[in-house]
Design a protein around this ligand. Structure first.
Ligand code: UD1
Ligand code: UDP
Length: 367
Protein backbone atom coordinates (compact mmCIF):
# COMPACT_ATOMS: atom_id res chain seq x y z
CA UNK A 1 0.00 0.00 0.00
CA UNK A 2 1.22 3.49 -0.78
CA UNK A 3 0.89 6.19 1.82
CA UNK A 4 -0.84 9.37 0.64
CA UNK A 5 -0.88 12.31 2.99
CA UNK A 6 -3.27 15.20 2.38
CA UNK A 7 -2.41 18.48 4.07
CA UNK A 8 -4.76 21.46 4.07
CA UNK A 9 -5.78 24.25 6.41
CA UNK A 10 -8.43 26.70 5.18
CA UNK A 11 -12.12 26.47 4.33
CA UNK A 12 -11.79 26.37 0.53
CA UNK A 13 -9.02 23.79 0.66
CA UNK A 14 -11.16 21.61 2.91
CA UNK A 15 -14.18 21.88 0.60
CA UNK A 16 -12.07 20.75 -2.32
CA UNK A 17 -9.91 18.16 -0.52
CA UNK A 18 -12.54 16.35 1.56
CA UNK A 19 -14.16 14.70 -1.49
CA UNK A 20 -10.69 13.42 -2.43
CA UNK A 21 -10.02 12.19 1.12
CA UNK A 22 -13.25 10.19 1.02
CA UNK A 23 -12.35 8.58 -2.32
CA UNK A 24 -8.78 7.76 -1.26
CA UNK A 25 -9.92 6.30 2.06
CA UNK A 26 -12.09 3.81 0.20
CA UNK A 27 -9.35 2.90 -2.30
CA UNK A 28 -7.53 -0.36 -1.52
CA UNK A 29 -4.21 0.85 -2.97
CA UNK A 30 -3.75 3.61 -0.41
CA UNK A 31 -3.19 4.31 3.22
CA UNK A 32 -4.63 7.81 3.62
CA UNK A 33 -3.37 10.23 6.27
CA UNK A 34 -5.02 13.61 6.78
CA UNK A 35 -3.17 16.49 8.40
CA UNK A 36 -4.70 19.93 8.87
CA UNK A 37 -2.62 22.97 9.68
CA UNK A 38 -5.54 24.77 11.30
CA UNK A 39 -4.69 27.95 9.36
CA UNK A 40 -8.43 28.48 9.78
CA UNK A 41 -10.14 27.16 12.89
CA UNK A 42 -13.94 27.51 12.98
CA UNK A 43 -14.31 27.76 9.20
CA UNK A 44 -12.17 24.65 8.70
CA UNK A 45 -13.90 22.62 11.40
CA UNK A 46 -17.29 23.46 9.90
CA UNK A 47 -16.24 21.72 6.66
CA UNK A 48 -14.52 18.76 8.35
CA UNK A 49 -17.74 18.14 10.28
CA UNK A 50 -19.84 18.41 7.19
CA UNK A 51 -17.80 15.76 5.32
CA UNK A 52 -17.09 13.80 8.52
CA UNK A 53 -13.37 13.84 7.90
CA UNK A 54 -11.24 13.33 11.03
CA UNK A 55 -7.62 14.43 10.70
CA UNK A 56 -4.85 12.37 12.25
CA UNK A 57 -2.84 15.55 12.84
CA UNK A 58 -3.93 19.10 13.58
CA UNK A 59 -1.17 21.70 13.85
CA UNK A 60 -3.61 24.23 15.33
CA UNK A 61 -1.60 27.24 14.18
CA UNK A 62 -4.33 29.89 13.79
CA UNK A 63 -3.87 33.19 15.61
CA UNK A 64 -6.15 36.21 15.55
CA UNK A 65 -5.13 38.51 12.70
CA UNK A 66 -2.20 36.32 11.84
CA UNK A 67 0.42 37.62 9.45
CA UNK A 68 1.87 35.72 6.53
CA UNK A 69 5.04 35.32 8.63
CA UNK A 70 3.10 33.66 11.47
CA UNK A 71 1.37 31.20 9.19
CA UNK A 72 4.41 30.29 7.12
CA UNK A 73 6.86 29.86 9.98
CA UNK A 74 4.51 28.01 12.30
CA UNK A 75 3.55 25.48 9.65
CA UNK A 76 7.16 24.89 8.60
CA UNK A 77 8.29 24.22 12.13
CA UNK A 78 5.38 21.99 13.08
CA UNK A 79 5.10 19.92 9.91
CA UNK A 80 8.72 18.76 9.82
CA UNK A 81 8.46 16.12 12.56
CA UNK A 82 5.18 14.78 11.21
CA UNK A 83 6.55 14.36 7.71
CA UNK A 84 9.66 12.69 9.06
CA UNK A 85 7.63 10.30 11.18
CA UNK A 86 5.02 9.44 8.54
CA UNK A 87 7.36 9.23 5.52
CA UNK A 88 4.50 9.49 2.98
CA UNK A 89 5.01 8.34 -0.61
CA UNK A 90 3.33 11.51 -1.74
CA UNK A 91 1.88 14.62 -0.13
CA UNK A 92 -1.15 16.26 -1.73
CA UNK A 93 -1.66 19.98 -1.28
CA UNK A 94 -4.32 22.23 -2.72
CA UNK A 95 -4.39 25.55 -4.52
CA UNK A 96 -2.60 28.67 -3.41
CA UNK A 97 -2.83 29.25 0.32
CA UNK A 98 0.04 29.74 2.76
CA UNK A 99 -0.71 26.21 3.96
CA UNK A 100 -0.09 24.85 0.45
CA UNK A 101 3.09 26.87 0.02
CA UNK A 102 4.66 26.12 3.42
CA UNK A 103 3.79 22.44 3.22
CA UNK A 104 5.28 22.09 -0.25
CA UNK A 105 8.42 23.86 0.87
CA UNK A 106 8.75 21.46 3.80
CA UNK A 107 8.31 18.51 1.42
CA UNK A 108 10.95 19.98 -0.87
CA UNK A 109 13.41 20.28 2.01
CA UNK A 110 12.73 16.63 2.94
CA UNK A 111 12.60 15.47 -0.70
CA UNK A 112 9.05 14.12 -0.44
CA UNK A 113 7.07 14.16 -3.74
CA UNK A 114 4.24 16.69 -3.90
CA UNK A 115 1.02 16.38 -5.90
CA UNK A 116 -0.67 19.71 -6.55
CA UNK A 117 -4.45 19.61 -6.70
CA UNK A 118 -5.81 22.61 -8.65
CA UNK A 119 -2.47 23.24 -10.34
CA UNK A 120 -1.77 25.75 -13.09
CA UNK A 121 -4.10 28.64 -12.22
CA UNK A 122 -2.42 31.94 -13.03
CA UNK A 123 -2.87 35.68 -13.21
CA UNK A 124 0.90 36.23 -13.70
CA UNK A 125 0.50 39.28 -11.46
CA UNK A 126 2.30 38.65 -8.17
CA UNK A 127 0.32 41.44 -6.50
CA UNK A 128 -3.10 40.07 -7.39
CA UNK A 129 -4.21 37.93 -5.76
CA UNK A 130 -1.65 38.51 -3.01
CA UNK A 131 0.10 36.37 -1.89
CA UNK A 132 -1.74 33.56 -3.67
CA UNK A 133 -0.21 34.07 -7.12
CA UNK A 134 3.23 33.59 -5.61
CA UNK A 135 2.08 30.61 -3.59
CA UNK A 136 0.60 28.73 -6.53
CA UNK A 137 3.60 29.36 -8.77
CA UNK A 138 5.98 28.27 -5.99
CA UNK A 139 3.98 25.09 -5.33
CA UNK A 140 4.11 24.26 -9.04
CA UNK A 141 7.86 24.75 -9.02
CA UNK A 142 8.17 22.07 -6.35
CA UNK A 143 5.47 19.60 -7.48
CA UNK A 144 5.89 16.19 -9.08
CA UNK A 145 2.29 15.65 -10.14
CA UNK A 146 0.00 18.39 -11.46
CA UNK A 147 -3.77 17.96 -11.25
CA UNK A 148 -4.98 20.78 -13.47
CA UNK A 149 -8.71 21.52 -13.35
CA UNK A 150 -8.99 22.63 -16.99
CA UNK A 151 -7.16 22.53 -20.30
CA UNK A 152 -6.39 26.22 -19.82
CA UNK A 153 -4.51 25.53 -16.58
CA UNK A 154 -2.70 22.61 -18.26
CA UNK A 155 -1.53 24.97 -21.00
CA UNK A 156 -0.17 27.41 -18.40
CA UNK A 157 1.92 24.61 -16.90
CA UNK A 158 3.18 23.40 -20.26
CA UNK A 159 4.18 26.94 -21.28
CA UNK A 160 6.24 27.09 -18.09
CA UNK A 161 8.07 23.93 -19.10
CA UNK A 162 6.48 21.44 -16.70
CA UNK A 163 6.86 17.88 -18.09
CA UNK A 164 3.72 17.05 -20.12
CA UNK A 165 3.64 13.49 -18.73
CA UNK A 166 3.19 14.85 -15.18
CA UNK A 167 0.30 17.21 -16.00
CA UNK A 168 -3.23 15.79 -15.89
CA UNK A 169 -6.56 17.51 -16.56
CA UNK A 170 -8.94 16.12 -13.95
CA UNK A 171 -11.63 18.76 -13.51
CA UNK A 172 -12.01 20.54 -10.18
CA UNK A 173 -12.94 18.60 -7.06
CA UNK A 174 -15.25 21.50 -6.14
CA UNK A 175 -17.74 20.07 -8.62
CA UNK A 176 -17.51 16.73 -6.78
CA UNK A 177 -18.48 18.61 -3.61
CA UNK A 178 -21.25 20.61 -5.28
CA UNK A 179 -22.95 17.49 -6.60
CA UNK A 180 -23.44 16.27 -3.02
CA UNK A 181 -24.76 19.47 -1.47
CA UNK A 182 -27.37 21.16 -3.68
CA UNK A 183 -30.86 19.78 -3.32
CA UNK A 184 -34.26 20.71 -4.77
CA UNK A 185 -36.25 20.82 -1.55
CA UNK A 186 -33.84 22.81 0.59
CA UNK A 187 -35.15 25.58 2.78
CA UNK A 188 -33.78 27.63 5.65
CA UNK A 189 -34.71 30.70 7.72
CA UNK A 190 -32.56 32.86 5.43
CA UNK A 191 -34.37 31.63 2.33
CA UNK A 192 -37.73 32.23 4.05
CA UNK A 193 -36.60 35.74 4.98
CA UNK A 194 -35.65 36.50 1.37
CA UNK A 195 -38.91 35.17 -0.16
CA UNK A 196 -40.54 37.69 -2.49
CA UNK A 197 -37.31 39.67 -2.97
CA UNK A 198 -34.40 39.39 -5.32
CA UNK A 199 -31.64 37.85 -3.23
CA UNK A 200 -28.11 39.15 -3.54
CA UNK A 201 -25.38 37.00 -2.00
CA UNK A 202 -22.10 38.59 -1.00
CA UNK A 203 -18.75 37.22 0.12
CA UNK A 204 -15.53 39.20 0.52
CA UNK A 205 -12.26 38.52 2.26
CA UNK A 206 -9.18 38.93 0.01
CA UNK A 207 -6.08 40.22 1.75
CA UNK A 208 -5.34 42.76 -1.01
CA UNK A 209 -8.89 44.12 -0.67
CA UNK A 210 -8.73 44.79 3.09
CA UNK A 211 -9.12 48.49 3.96
CA UNK A 212 -10.00 51.02 1.26
CA UNK A 213 -10.97 48.64 -1.59
CA UNK A 214 -13.31 46.79 0.74
CA UNK A 215 -14.87 50.05 1.92
CA UNK A 216 -15.54 50.97 -1.71
CA UNK A 217 -17.02 47.56 -2.45
CA UNK A 218 -19.31 47.64 0.55
CA UNK A 219 -20.36 51.29 -0.02
CA UNK A 220 -21.42 50.49 -3.58
CA UNK A 221 -23.50 47.55 -2.37
CA UNK A 222 -25.08 49.57 0.43
CA UNK A 223 -26.17 52.22 -2.07
CA UNK A 224 -27.78 49.55 -4.27
CA UNK A 225 -29.74 48.01 -1.38
CA UNK A 226 -30.82 51.44 -0.10
CA UNK A 227 -32.16 52.36 -3.54
CA UNK A 228 -33.76 49.04 -4.56
CA UNK A 229 -36.64 48.06 -2.22
CA UNK A 230 -37.18 44.66 -3.89
CA UNK A 231 -33.66 43.53 -3.05
CA UNK A 232 -32.36 41.71 0.02
CA UNK A 233 -28.76 40.84 0.71
CA UNK A 234 -27.15 38.03 2.68
CA UNK A 235 -23.55 38.38 3.69
CA UNK A 236 -22.02 35.41 5.52
CA UNK A 237 -19.07 37.29 6.96
CA UNK A 238 -15.57 35.91 6.77
CA UNK A 239 -14.12 35.56 10.29
CA UNK A 240 -11.25 37.96 9.68
CA UNK A 241 -11.90 40.77 12.22
CA UNK A 242 -10.81 43.47 9.74
CA UNK A 243 -13.47 42.29 7.30
CA UNK A 244 -16.17 42.18 9.99
CA UNK A 245 -15.39 45.64 11.25
CA UNK A 246 -15.71 47.11 7.77
CA UNK A 247 -18.91 45.20 7.05
CA UNK A 248 -20.53 46.44 10.26
CA UNK A 249 -19.42 50.00 9.52
CA UNK A 250 -20.92 49.96 6.01
CA UNK A 251 -24.02 47.77 6.39
CA UNK A 252 -25.43 48.43 9.87
CA UNK A 253 -28.91 49.92 10.05
CA UNK A 254 -30.20 48.46 6.79
CA UNK A 255 -32.85 45.82 7.57
CA UNK A 256 -32.66 44.28 4.14
CA UNK A 257 -29.03 43.30 4.74
CA UNK A 258 -28.37 40.23 6.84
CA UNK A 259 -24.80 39.97 8.11
CA UNK A 260 -24.53 36.41 9.35
CA UNK A 261 -21.93 33.89 10.49
CA UNK A 262 -20.10 31.78 7.87
CA UNK A 263 -22.56 29.24 6.52
CA UNK A 264 -22.17 25.54 6.46
CA UNK A 265 -21.17 24.58 2.93
CA UNK A 266 -24.47 22.78 2.43
CA UNK A 267 -26.40 25.94 3.31
CA UNK A 268 -24.09 28.15 1.30
CA UNK A 269 -24.37 26.06 -1.88
CA UNK A 270 -28.14 25.88 -1.59
CA UNK A 271 -28.50 29.60 -0.94
CA UNK A 272 -26.18 30.26 -3.88
CA UNK A 273 -28.44 28.11 -6.05
CA UNK A 274 -31.40 30.31 -5.04
CA UNK A 275 -29.71 33.70 -5.24
CA UNK A 276 -30.49 36.17 -7.99
CA UNK A 277 -26.95 37.51 -8.19
CA UNK A 278 -23.63 36.84 -6.46
CA UNK A 279 -20.99 39.43 -5.65
CA UNK A 280 -17.65 38.15 -4.48
CA UNK A 281 -13.88 38.38 -4.41
CA UNK A 282 -13.64 34.65 -3.69
CA UNK A 283 -11.90 32.13 -5.92
CA UNK A 284 -13.99 29.03 -5.32
CA UNK A 285 -17.30 30.78 -5.86
CA UNK A 286 -16.16 31.70 -9.38
CA UNK A 287 -16.03 27.97 -10.09
CA UNK A 288 -19.26 26.96 -8.39
CA UNK A 289 -21.59 29.69 -9.64
CA UNK A 290 -21.17 29.04 -13.39
CA UNK A 291 -22.22 25.44 -12.98
CA UNK A 292 -25.33 26.67 -11.13
CA UNK A 293 -26.01 29.25 -13.87
CA UNK A 294 -25.71 32.15 -11.43
CA UNK A 295 -24.36 35.52 -12.60
CA UNK A 296 -21.33 36.61 -10.60
CA UNK A 297 -19.79 40.06 -10.32
CA UNK A 298 -16.17 39.49 -9.35
CA UNK A 299 -14.89 42.38 -7.25
CA UNK A 300 -11.23 42.02 -8.17
CA UNK A 301 -8.88 43.42 -10.77
CA UNK A 302 -7.69 40.03 -11.99
CA UNK A 303 -8.93 36.49 -12.13
CA UNK A 304 -7.09 33.20 -12.50
CA UNK A 305 -10.36 31.63 -13.62
CA UNK A 306 -10.92 32.81 -17.21
CA UNK A 307 -13.28 29.93 -17.95
CA UNK A 308 -16.30 31.61 -16.34
CA UNK A 309 -15.48 34.93 -18.00
CA UNK A 310 -15.33 33.26 -21.40
CA UNK A 311 -18.62 31.52 -20.73
CA UNK A 312 -20.19 34.87 -19.82
CA UNK A 313 -21.33 33.99 -16.27
CA UNK A 314 -18.60 36.03 -14.56
CA UNK A 315 -17.85 39.70 -14.97
CA UNK A 316 -14.77 41.39 -13.51
CA UNK A 317 -15.84 44.69 -11.98
CA UNK A 318 -12.75 45.76 -9.99
CA UNK A 319 -12.92 47.27 -6.52
CA UNK A 320 -13.85 50.92 -7.16
CA UNK A 321 -17.24 52.05 -5.85
CA UNK A 322 -18.92 53.51 -8.94
CA UNK A 323 -18.16 50.67 -11.41
CA UNK A 324 -19.44 48.12 -8.90
CA UNK A 325 -22.60 50.15 -8.26
CA UNK A 326 -23.17 50.55 -12.02
CA UNK A 327 -22.63 46.85 -12.72
CA UNK A 328 -25.09 45.70 -10.05
CA UNK A 329 -27.70 48.29 -11.02
CA UNK A 330 -27.42 47.30 -14.68
CA UNK A 331 -28.11 43.65 -13.90
CA UNK A 332 -31.02 44.57 -11.64
CA UNK A 333 -32.56 46.92 -14.21
CA UNK A 334 -31.92 45.13 -17.50
CA UNK A 335 -33.39 41.60 -17.75
CA UNK A 336 -31.68 40.99 -21.09
CA UNK A 337 -28.23 41.72 -19.66
CA UNK A 338 -29.10 39.52 -16.69
CA UNK A 339 -30.25 36.58 -18.82
CA UNK A 340 -27.10 36.81 -20.94
CA UNK A 341 -25.11 36.00 -17.79
CA UNK A 342 -27.51 33.43 -16.44
CA UNK A 343 -26.13 30.59 -18.54
CA UNK A 344 -25.25 27.33 -16.82
CA UNK A 345 -21.89 26.08 -18.03
CA UNK A 346 -19.50 23.74 -16.39
CA UNK A 347 -15.89 24.12 -17.42
CA UNK A 348 -14.70 22.32 -14.30
CA UNK A 349 -15.31 18.67 -15.06
CA UNK A 350 -17.91 16.00 -14.52
CA UNK A 351 -17.87 15.73 -10.73
CA UNK A 352 -15.45 12.79 -10.69
CA UNK A 353 -12.17 14.69 -10.35
CA UNK A 354 -11.29 12.92 -7.09
CA UNK A 355 -11.72 9.53 -8.73
CA UNK A 356 -9.44 10.50 -11.61
CA UNK A 357 -6.78 11.79 -9.21
CA UNK A 358 -6.90 8.50 -7.27
CA UNK A 359 -6.51 6.46 -10.48
CA UNK A 360 -3.57 8.57 -11.67
CA UNK A 361 -1.85 8.30 -8.31
CA UNK A 362 -2.32 4.56 -8.21
CA UNK A 363 -0.65 4.21 -11.60
CA UNK A 364 2.15 6.66 -10.92
CA UNK A 365 3.05 5.45 -7.44
CA UNK A 366 3.13 1.84 -8.65
CA UNK A 367 5.59 2.86 -11.36
C1 UD1 B 1 -6.85 32.51 3.57
C2 UD1 B 1 -5.97 32.30 2.31
C3 UD1 B 1 -6.74 32.72 1.07
C4 UD1 B 1 -8.12 32.05 1.01
C5 UD1 B 1 -8.85 32.28 2.32
C6 UD1 B 1 -10.16 31.52 2.28
C7 UD1 B 1 -3.54 32.68 2.55
C8 UD1 B 1 -2.44 33.64 2.48
N1 UD1 B 1 -4.80 33.16 2.38
O1 UD1 B 1 -7.08 33.89 3.71
O2 UD1 B 1 -6.00 32.36 -0.09
O3 UD1 B 1 -8.83 32.62 -0.07
O4 UD1 B 1 -8.07 31.81 3.41
O5 UD1 B 1 -11.06 31.99 3.21
O6 UD1 B 1 -3.32 31.51 2.75
N2 UD1 B 1 -10.21 33.65 11.16
C9 UD1 B 1 -10.87 33.12 12.25
N3 UD1 B 1 -11.43 31.87 12.13
C10 UD1 B 1 -11.37 31.14 11.00
C11 UD1 B 1 -10.70 31.68 9.88
C12 UD1 B 1 -10.12 32.93 9.99
O7 UD1 B 1 -10.97 33.74 13.30
O8 UD1 B 1 -11.92 30.03 10.97
C13 UD1 B 1 -9.60 35.00 11.27
C14 UD1 B 1 -8.33 35.01 12.15
O9 UD1 B 1 -8.28 36.23 12.84
C15 UD1 B 1 -7.22 34.97 11.10
C16 UD1 B 1 -7.84 35.81 10.00
O10 UD1 B 1 -9.21 35.45 9.98
O11 UD1 B 1 -6.02 35.50 11.60
C17 UD1 B 1 -7.23 35.63 8.61
O12 UD1 B 1 -7.06 34.27 8.27
P1 UD1 B 1 -5.93 33.85 7.18
O13 UD1 B 1 -5.99 32.39 6.93
O14 UD1 B 1 -4.60 34.42 7.56
O15 UD1 B 1 -6.35 34.65 5.91
P2 UD1 B 1 -7.64 34.57 5.01
O16 UD1 B 1 -7.97 35.94 4.61
O17 UD1 B 1 -8.67 33.75 5.65
N1 UDP C 1 -18.44 29.04 1.49
C1 UDP C 1 -19.07 28.41 2.58
N2 UDP C 1 -19.72 29.19 3.50
C2 UDP C 1 -19.76 30.55 3.42
C3 UDP C 1 -19.10 31.17 2.33
C4 UDP C 1 -18.44 30.38 1.40
O1 UDP C 1 -19.06 27.20 2.69
O2 UDP C 1 -20.37 31.18 4.27
C5 UDP C 1 -17.72 28.20 0.53
C6 UDP C 1 -17.99 28.45 -0.93
O3 UDP C 1 -19.06 27.65 -1.41
C7 UDP C 1 -16.69 28.07 -1.61
C8 UDP C 1 -15.65 28.38 -0.56
O4 UDP C 1 -16.34 28.51 0.68
O5 UDP C 1 -16.62 26.68 -1.86
C9 UDP C 1 -14.91 29.65 -0.88
O6 UDP C 1 -14.10 29.98 0.20
P1 UDP C 1 -13.45 31.40 0.35
O7 UDP C 1 -14.23 32.40 -0.41
O8 UDP C 1 -13.25 31.60 1.81
O9 UDP C 1 -12.01 31.18 -0.28
P2 UDP C 1 -11.42 31.25 -1.76
O10 UDP C 1 -12.20 30.34 -2.63
O11 UDP C 1 -11.47 32.68 -2.19
O12 UDP C 1 -10.00 30.81 -1.60
Amino acid sequence: MKKVMLIFGTRPEAIKMCPLVLVLQKHPAFETVVCVTGQHRQMLDQILNCFQVVPKYDLGIMQQQQTLFDVTVNILLKIRDILQAEKPDVVLVHGDTSTAFSTSLACFYLQIPVGHVEAGLRTYNLRSPFPEEFNRQAVDLISHFYFAPTENSRQNLLREGKPAEDVYVTGNTVIDALSTTVSENYSSPEIEWAKGSRLLLLTAHRRENLGTPMRHMFSAIRRVVDEMPDVKLIYPMHMNPSVREMAKRCFSGQERIHMIEPLDVLDFHNIMARAYLIMTDSGGIQEEAPSLGKPVLVMRDTTERPEGLEAGTLKLVGTAEQPIYDAVMELLADPEKYHEMERAVNPYGDGHASQYIAEILEKRLKA
